[in-house]
Design a protein around this ligand. Structure first.
Ligand code: ZN
Length: 975
């Protein structure tokens, strides 16, 4: 579309127009004269359209106002007065993304959809929510989403409750969160970055509703807003809509939302803080050491990009020299870096995990001396080339998996736009790429290290130590605080609080009036394509090998996956998982491991390894374990990819004991971080392992069982090294065999020949011997475990396999999954229970479960699961309501896939024997689901729950209090 600069379109002046070659878009900057709203637009052919509105919301304390507001505005508004329009949209729109984010200095409300009508509906609901929320009318919204005193009867103690309150308690359970909160607190004592925009659970209860409302009045105004639109939408239609429906009603205002600059320090600062561990855990080797540096401004393109590369180069790649020096000096067992660039003054951090406080000084010395040496001697040019190359590959590939591309670009634009700079700064990355390539010939990166790390006094050294019983101590303090609070209340005040609690519960329990629900725009089933997308896949034979070929436009990148049948002895299965972490990170016959890492980064977009278990679509006892090698590279680089793969497969050396130790320690440490963040995955995977063969083997390769294998190995490594080395050699020999390989290739047809030319080299590296297939045994164990962590919240999983109970699978269960997740569990476990989330899963193979996420409760949540059958039996929904659930379900089935993902999903279906007819049938069953079919599922859900299989991971004191529920209590980090 042709627009003229400086002309006004629907109240918006076009101020700037520029082709942004890097993202294949026409970029435009508009300004809405009357309201003062800014708008950034990217016109292109992407049908996954994105819209977002962002407000600049620098907080002035840690009471969590921006975060509570982010939740609260989505709880009803002028035109859409139901209690949770957001939830209605999740249930019943074709959105491809719908969420909201609180950043340290801004709050973002993005939506995305491929359907134009849906796209405008989503924008309408979101804008009404942020500009006209019902928070002024209903004090219950603040109580529910923020915090409140809860008390049901005069005898009971008072408790703090609230969604954000509880969410942040969960966040601060993890030591990394404690660390990354403390760092900005020290570095930015005078600006908004010194406080926690998400809210500190200790401070949240100090927040008043008045301050909360004032914050909305001040900052949620178009003059303080940043609108964003992306994709194949008619921009004039959108401008007209924004102007007519919202912006014309606002007058420009001066909103002071400036983000102050922290004056640089003249000398570095230090601090020590604590995170909780269990009473019986040892404190040894559990300390975090860190140094963090303020690096210029986010608006400086070259610096922003260079430090991203530098962080990778120094601390991430297996060739990273600073990481290597810290591990060699045995400062700790895991090292990582972080470059936080979504704030005005970016921060570069170096972190060592699994250390002790007495290593704090040696840590600083090693960092300083290593960096001084790099500056003096120069960084290895191969390492620089490799690090730039891998970053460049990712920029050009722009494959953000499930995340819409337009949203990634929105977030990147904000990194300059929010700070009154050109929003295109970071998207026009070519100049930065050219600039950093100077580092290949000059001392460019070395000078950055000197200036921003070695000679930079604006830095903080933070130590985070473990502390036994900190969770219990905190809980006791809160209990006492609330006890004293109650003591000082009159009987009348207590009665008032009880009434307030009742009022809140009443509002939560009462259904929305039909007219409020009707206000939410809804598509019809006619807007849905009755045909499921057919993913391209041809099964080709090359010699004795099958090749699953997915002809797709990939911009000359080839995605090649190798699947080797796993036939290692059952007891050695964990070594497959371990091997996947080791390959590519240890030396081979021709390369030291750091050279190998450079070769991989220079010639490919990455090579990774993982064990994958594909289950039969029907039967959870039939499964096909594969060892997957996942690769990507430019088509022109395929010969190098083939050479590197054969080097790793056939010529990996497993005898570097020190290196193996480093990798095992890092693997253990990374699993620990993921246990804190993904408790729901640990709990549900463990649950399935009780009764499902595929669940059992999956858990042993990636769940808590594998963590225990790794932890055990790490502890006894010195005695077991020889055994380990021979196990790894044997496992690799058994895995990489000629007759056991299937390829999956995603590329253009014209590039298929280039792929064929690179396979002989790979095949030559494989063993030719045949072995007899291994039969894997499985014995169900009917135990319910309580997995103890020092965290403050629970993850509660319960389920079973409904096929074992005689029930069948159909698409109806996908709709049931939406209803159970978004209605039944949402209302009871999240809204009334105060958990951050909860969800249901129903699989084709019969496995089903409910699971809660960051849940303050345990028994109460199990009670909710138990009553699900009863709820379903009395479930009734009119046609509109059912249409809503069906559309929501279809939107999940139709989640957009990038070309690489299409290839992956097609291959997965192939291995699981899922045909296009199966996919189509499921879709038809989804479209055909009526409320009667849902009520018919009541028996099944009740039957599953009455099998009484559950697994809970969570707070040690809470689990111990409920110990009679469990057959076994297991300490996750100490046994
Ligand atoms: Zn939140």
């Amino acid at each position: 579309m042709d627009l003229e600069k400086n002309r006004v379109y629907h109240g918006f002046t076009l101020r700037e127009e520029r082709r942004i070659r890097e993202i294949n878009s026409l970029g435009r900057i508009f300004f809405h004269e009357k309201s003062g709203a800014r708008l950034l637009h990217f016109e292109n052919k992407d049908d996954n359209k994105v819209f977002s509105v962002t407000f600049r919301t620098p907080p002035h304390d840690s009471s969590g106002i921006p975060h509570i507001l982010e939740h609260s505005v989505l709880c009803g508004s002028r035109k859409f007065p139901s209690k949770e329009p957001f939830v209605e949209l999740v249930k019943g729109s074709l959105n491809t993304f719908l969420n909201a984010f609180t950043f340290p200095d801004k709050t973002m409300y993005p939506v995305a959809s491929k359907n134009l009508k849906d796209f405008f509906n989503l924008i309408d609901v979101y804008l009404d929510a942020v500009l006209y929320p019902n928070i002024y009318e209903y004090p219950e919204i603040f109580m529910q989403e923020g915090w409140h005193h809860e008390i049901n009867s005069a005898q009971e103690p008072i408790q703090y409750k609230g969604v954000v309150y509880n969410e942040m308690k969960g966040v601060f359970s993890s030591p990394e969160s404690v660390l990354f909160r403390k760092i900005p607190e020290l570095l930015f004592p005078d600006t908004c970055y010194g406080v926690e925009s998400g809210g500190d659970p200790d401070i949240i209860p100090k927040l008043t509703r008045e301050a909360f409302l004032d914050f909305h009045k001040k900052y949620y105004h178009p003059s303080n807003s940043y609108f964003y639109a992306y994709g194949d939408v008619d921009i004039l239609d959108l401008l007209g809509f924004l102007n007519e429906s919202y912006l014309k009603d606002y007058d420009r205002l001066e909103v002071d939302s400036r983000i102050l600059i922290q004056e640089p320090f003249s000398r570095s600062v230090e601090a020590k803080t604590h995170y909780p561990i269990s009473a019986d855990e040892s404190e040894k080797e559990k300390t975090y050491l860190s140094s963090s540096f303020v690096v210029g401004r986010a608006t400086d393109r070259d610096l922003y990009f260079s430090f991203d590369v530098l962080e990778y180069l120094l601390l991430e790649t297996p060739a990273a020299p600073l990481k290597k020096a810290l591990l060699d000096a045995e400062i700790g067992k895991d090292v990582f870096g972080q470059f936080e660039s979504s704030i005005l003054q970016p921060v570069f951090s170096i972190v060592v995990k699994n250390s002790d406080s007495d290593k704090a000084e040696p840590f600083k010395t090693v960092v300083r001396e290593t960096l001084q040496r790099l500056v003096r001697e120069g960084i290895d040019k191969k390492l620089i080339e490799a690090s730039i190359n891998i970053k460049e590959f990712r920029l050009r590939e722009a494959d953000f998996r499930g995340f819409p591309k337009g949203l990634v670009y929105c977030i990147q634009s904000m990194d300059s736009w929010l700070y009154d700079s050109d929003p295109f700064t970071h998207l026009e990355y070519e100049p930065a790429l050219q600039e950093i390539k100077k580092a290949l010939a000059h001392r460019y990166l070395e000078s950055l290290i000197e200036r921003f790390i070695l000679n930079n006094p604006h830095c903080a050294h933070v130590i985070v130590e473990p502390q036994k019983g900190l969770t219990e101590k905190k809980e006791r303090e809160i209990e006492e605080e609330l006890f004293r609070y109650k003591e000082n209340l009159s009987r009348f005040d207590v009665e008032e609080l009880i009434k307030q609690t009742e009022g809140l519960k009443k509002r939560q329990m009462s259904p929305d009036p039909p007219e409020s629900l009707l206000a939410i725009p809804l598509l019809t089933l006619n807007d849905i394509d009755p045909k499921a997308e057919r993913l391209p896949q041809e099964v080709r034979e090359e010699g004795s090998h099958k090749i699953l070929f997915h002809p797709l436009f990939t911009n000359r990148i080839a995605y090649i996956d190798l699947f080797f049948d796993i036939q290692v002895p059952q007891d050695d299965l964990p070594y497959c998982a371990l091997l996947s972490q080791i390959l590519g990170k240890v030396s081979t016959e021709h390369y030291h491991y750091s050279e190998l890492a450079n070769e991989i980064n220079i010639h490919t977009g990455g090579i990774s390894f993982s064990p994958e278990i594909f289950g039969d679509k029907e039967d959870d006892s039939l499964f096909y374990p594969k060892f997957m090698v996942r690769t990507k590279s430019l088509v022109t680089k395929l010969p190098e990819l083939g050479r590197l793969l054969s080097e790793i497969i056939a010529r990996t050396l497993f005898h570097e004991k020190k290196r193996l130790k480093e990798i095992i320690r890092e693997a253990k440490s990374r699993m620990e971080m993921s246990i804190y963040q993904n408790g729901h995955m640990i709990a549900s995977s463990r649950l399935l392992s009780y009764f499902s063969p595929i669940g059992y083997f999956t858990e042993s390769l990636s769940g808590l069982s594998f963590y225990r294998f790794i932890a055990d190995l790490e502890r006894t490594l010195d005695q077991r090294q020889e055994v380990l080395i021979s196990k790894l050699q044997d496992t690799a020999r058994i895995l990489f065999r000629y007759g056991k390989l299937t390829f999956s290739v995603t590329a253009e047809e014209s590039d298929y020949g280039a792929f064929l030319r690179c396979i002989p080299e790979i095949l030559e590296s494989l063993g030719m011997d045949e072995s007899s297939p291994v039969r894997y045994r499985f014995a169900p164990k009917g135990k319910n475990e309580g997995l103890l962590t020092p965290g403050k919240v629970q993850y509660v999983a319960q389920g079973y396999n409904f096929k074992k109970l005689g029930y069948g699978y159909s698409g109806t269960l996908q709709v049931l999954q939406s209803i159970a997740s978004m209605d039944y569990l949402w209302n009871r476990v999240r809204v009334q229970g105060g958990a951050y989330g909860s969800f249901a899963r129903f699989s084709r193979n019969g496995n089903m479960y409910f699971c809660s996420y960051r849940d303050p409760n345990l028994q109460k949540t199990l009670g909710v699961y138990k009553k699900a059958g009863k709820y379903l039996r009395s479930f009734s929904a009119d046609t509109r309501e059912m249409t809503k659930y069906i559309i929501g379900t279809i939107s999940k089935l139709d989640a957009p896939l990038t070309p690489s993902m299409k290839g992956e999903v097609a291959a997965q279906r192939y291995f699981s024997n899922i045909t296009q007819e199966d996919v189509q049938r499921t879709r038809e069953e989804v479209l055909d689901t009526g409320s009667k079919k849902i009520t018919e599922c009541a028996d099944m859900v009740e039957d599953v729950m009455s099998q009484h299989h559950f697994c809970v991971i969570g707070s040690e004191p809470v689990l111990r209090e409920n110990s009679t529920l469990f057959d076994e209590l297991i300490s996750v980090f100490n046994w």
